[in-house]
Design a protein around this ligand. Structure first.
Ligand code: ADP
Length: 460
């Protein structure tokens, strides 16, 4: 049906309805809007082609609103599905589009008090049924109209319509949840996990840093303890070291006197003189060696691991203790199985361990008053990646009950003892990646063993 031209007014509210298949709605709209004409300019867009209509709705004056009733056919006689036209109108329009039926909701209308198509269908089906059953139509009059006030959230947003301004009890559909609203729990859970992990990681880093600092401190203390112990040990054996030095010095004097004599002889004896001079040089070298050992032992240097020959370590440690052994008539033998591979360690520290073990062995023998005291220092390869050095004595031996207590700091059975030697030695060896242990000999005395890792190319 055509809307009478007399009703066409411009502005503010534009009503779209043309050739409607739904004349009742057109008429209802005309009748209803007639009461608002004094307050709103109402423009009926019913005599345009669809193209013109779509252009028109882009140019509506400010504060306009469109009430889309239906459009099955335009002035050119072209047919449409009204809802599709409504969607296009809504998309193009510069004013919000309203409709009357809920089947338009979600396709472009803002919403409002909408007629429920489903409800109407059910309602008329019931009427039909009642009519067919011969019931009087009067009983149907009080049936509700089934309208609902519903809005499209997206259109409200598009036209900045505040939800608070909607009539009470309005239903808002097509609400798009924000990422927060949609994934609230997931976001909370992930955040908690991330924060927990970050805190745990921070905690671990702090802990790691503290531990490294503590390890460094502990290492420093151990080095200092080892150094003090070496200095004290040197003090203890100072007398015998003096003796150790005395020997080459008296030999030097004897060779010098002999050399003088050979020179004064007539004729002078140059061959003998040069032999005496060589003796002086040899004596000097021995004295230097002893001094060198003492200096190295007393030096306070940071631990430095390198490739070392075991036989050298044994020989150098023995230089320091042989005079004490000799004084006490103890035979001190040493040996290493031929072709032993080099080990990886700190020269001074390994010598210190060996030195401690030999001194303990000497003391164990003198405690036993053993006239045939004997100490044997041996090196052998028991495991593929370790060398074992043993110090065997025939002294007083260790008590089964003593067990590992010997290695505790400050444990000593000697009146003058400090009880630090074995404890320091064990920590030195363990830092090298080896072990220090002891066994009772089947016959007499005890043997102390320590293992040191064999030097590998990657230790460079
Ligand atoms: P100290 O020699 O000052 O006592 P150590 O830590 O070197 O300290 O030795 C601890 C104890 O272990 C000694 O007092 C001694 O009882 C025992 N011990 C060490 N070596 C031997 C040994 N070769 N034979 C018997 N007992 C030993």
């Amino acid at each position: 049906m055509q809307i009478p031209k007399t009703l066409k007014k411009y502005f503010i509210l534009s009503l779209i309805a043309a050739a409607s298949f739904w004349p009742a709605a057109d008429i209802l709209a005309l009748e209803t809007l007639a009461g608002f004409e004094d307050r709103y300019a109402i423009h009926y867009l019913d005599d345009y082609s669809k193209q013109e209509l779509l252009l028109k709705v882009t140019q509506l004056p400010k504060n306009s609103a469109i009430l889309f009733i239906s459009l099955f056919r335009d002035v050119n006689g072209q047919s449409f599905v009204p809802r599709d036209v409504m969607t296009e109108v809504s998309q193009k329009a510069n004013a919000p589009t309203f409709g009357m039926v809920d089947t338009y909701l979600g396709y472009g209308i803002v919403g409002g008090d909408l007629l429920s198509a489903g409800y109407q269908g059910r309602k008329y089906a019931q009427i039909g049924k009642k009519v067919l059953n011969g019931e009087p139509l009067t009983t149907l009059q009080d049936m509700e109209n089934g309208n609902q006030t519903i809005f499209d959230w997206r259109q409200l947003k598009r036209w900045s319509i505040d939800e608070d301004s909607l009539p009470a009890g309005s239903i808002v559909r097509y609400r798009e949840l924000s990422i927060w609203e949609e994934y609230q729990w997931e976001i909370v859970a992930i955040s908690v996990i991330i924060f927990t992990q970050a805190f745990a990681l921070m905690g671990l880093l702090i802990q790691h840093r503290c531990r490294r600092r503590a390890e460094k401190e502990a290492q420093k203390l151990r080095d200092e303890r080892a150094h003090i112990s070496r200095v004290l040990a040197m003090g203890e054996i100072a007398a015998s070291l003096a003796h150790e030095l005395n020997q080459p010095l008296s030999a030097i004097r004897s060779y010098a006197q002999a050399g003088l004599r050979f020179l004064k002889n007539d004729p002078a004896e140059p061959d003998e003189t040069s032999k005496a001079l060589e003796g002086i040089i040899a004596g000097n070298r021995r004295a230097e060696e002893v001094i060198q050992r003492i200096r190295m032992t007393l030096k306070k240097e940071p631990v430095k691991r390198s490739r070392l020959d075991v036989q050298d370590i044994i020989d150098e440690a023995i230089v320091l203790v042989r005079s004490i052994a000799r004084e006490q008539n103890i035979s001190l033998k040493s040996g290493a199985v031929a072709d032993l591979p080099p080990v990886f360690g700190d020269r001074v520290q390994l010598q210190q361990v060996l030195f401690n073990l030999i001194i303990n062995a000497i003391e164990a023998i003198s405690d036993e008053n053993n006239a045939l005291g004997e100490i044997i220092v041996l090196a052998l390869r028991e495991k593929p990646d370790m060398l074992t050095i043993s110090v065997r004595d025939n002294g007083v031996g260790i008590d089964e009950k003593q067990g590992d207590i010997l290695f505790d700091a400050f444990y000593t059975s000697k009146p003058e003892g400090m009880g630090m030697g074995l404890s320091i030695s064990r920590s030195i060896i363990e830092e090298h990646g080896g072990q220090l242990w002891t066994t009772r000999n089947p016959d007499k005395g005890s043997t102390f063993f320590f293992s040191v890792p064999i030097y590998k190319e990657h230790n460079k």
